[in-house]
Design a protein around this ligand. Structure first.
Ligand code: MG
Length: 406
């Protein structure tokens, strides 16, 4: 078997760490050539010692210095170190990497991921934001370069598996499943009062902070609807969401004859990661198989639009098109960060996004600059709305406090 080079954007995050475990489990099929991280230099240094990449990138010059010190302390051979977005782009386009795992969090992953697509790499995509912000640019670039985009997001990975061998015109709709998050059975009042810790308690998946909050507001599912639009070429009226608390059915497709095909599996991201790396082939996996008899029952219910207004906001941005999804994403990232900082309430997140979308005049996306300008504009506006909300209502100090260090 030929060894293939792989680079990972976001190697110290949850997807990055799981990717490295998958790479290890596949023996010498993959060789890690480049790793991109942000500030977690201790873990990055450990990864350097273990996988010996040729190139790494970190967030800032200060992080690079800390990394050098740490590598020396643990007596690891130093790789070439680059910084910032330019560094991530180098990691994404490293000539030895046929496959790039895009798992940086949020809009920071956009440019490096686009460059990897333009360079014709296989992109195993976990950074859904890059498709939400610039899906049009990304799909156009993939058509030109022949790059394959393989989704790592469990729902889209499931849809990719369901769609294998089906003809587009014979597929009526896509059905994305949502766990419903920690407030699936909660009241509106419980959501108003929710602390960061309560919102971080995801029932089925272990993930990073940003996506876990997105799962509590169901904005994650809204972003995923837009992601599915670009990955598979379906419109807003052809993509639906169903809440499925067990997260065992990862998603489904409905065909024109009414047949429904679903993909099921254990809730472990390593399944999707391995699929994206080895596609179109499959490899045996040591992960525990699904035991349906032990599970006993699976449940499905419609999402509640009253308690989860983020879903409607995402559909609205998707229908508006152009730069609207970029504005939606930027407002959401800004609002989620403010919630994690305890400056606004969980239920303020959709309020911020709605205000930003109301004021946003969507423009057609012709180039990256248009998208980046819309992103910056929406972030600034979201910041203003957040400042207003956090001063007009109760002062921030009366918001729920942490019960333990986070
Ligand atoms: Mg998902």
């Amino acid at each position: 078997m030929k060894t293939r080079g792989i680079s990972i954007l976001g190697s110290t995050g949850s997807i990055g760490r799981n990717t490295l475990r998958v790479v290890e489990s596949l023996g010498d099929e993959f060789l890690v050539v480049a790793l991109g991280a942000g500030r977690n230099v201790e873990l990055l240094a450990e990864q350097c010692a273990r996988y010996q990449p040729e190139l790494v990138s970190v967030g800032t010059e200060e992080c690079a210095e800390l990394l050098r010190v740490e590598l020396k302390r643990i007596d690891a051979a130093p790789p070439r170190v680059t910084i910032g977005e330019a560094g991530l782009v180098e990691v994404a386009t490293h000539e030895g990497a046929g496959c790039v795992v895009s798992a940086a969090v949020g809009a920071v992953g956009l440019v490096p991921t686009l460059r990897a697509v333009e360079a014709g790499r296989r992109v195993a995509l976990a950074n859904k934001e890059s498709l939400v912000i610039a899906g049009e640019l990304m799909t156009r670039a993939a058509e030109r370069s022949g790059a394959e985009i393989l989704p790592v997001d469990s729902e889209h990975n499931a849809l990719h598996q369901c769609l294998r061998g089906e003809r587009r015109e014979e597929v009526r709709r896509l059905v994305l499943t949502a766990s419903g998050g920690p407030f699936r059975t909660g009241t509106r009042e419980e959501m108003e009062r929710a602390s960061v810790e309560e919102a971080m308690r995801h029932p089925t998946w272990q993930m990073g902070a940003k996506i876990t909050i997105d799962s509590a507001t169901l904005m994650n599912k809204g972003l995923e609807v837009i992601e599915a639009q670009w990955l598979f070429g379906f419109g807003a009226d052809e993509i639906e969401i169903v809440v499925h608390p067990e997260s065992v059915v990862h998603s489904m497709i409905e065909l024109i004859d009414g047949s429904v095909i679903a993909q099921l599996g254990a809730t472990d991201m390593r399944h999707a990661i391995q699929y994206a790396l080895t596609y179109p082939e499959r490899r045996t996996s040591a992960l525990a198989p699904l035991d349906l008899a032990r599970l006993g029952a699976l449940h499905f219910e419609p999402p509640d639009p009253e308690r989860f207004p983020c879903i409607a906001l995402a559909y609205r941005a998707m229908r508006a098109g152009g730069t609207a999804p970029a504005a939606l994403n930027a407002a959401n990232e800004t609002a989620v960060a403010a919630f994690l900082d305890r400056r606004i309430r969980l239920t303020d997140i959709p309020r911020v996004i709605a205000r930003v979308l109301d004021a946003h005049a969507a423009r057609g996306v012709t180039d990256l600059d248009t998208v980046i300008a819309a992103d910056a504009e929406a972030r600034q506006h979201a910041g203003e709305v957040i400042a207003e909300l956090s001063s007009a209502k109760e002062p921030a100090r009366s918001l729920p406090k942490a019960t333990h260090a986070d």
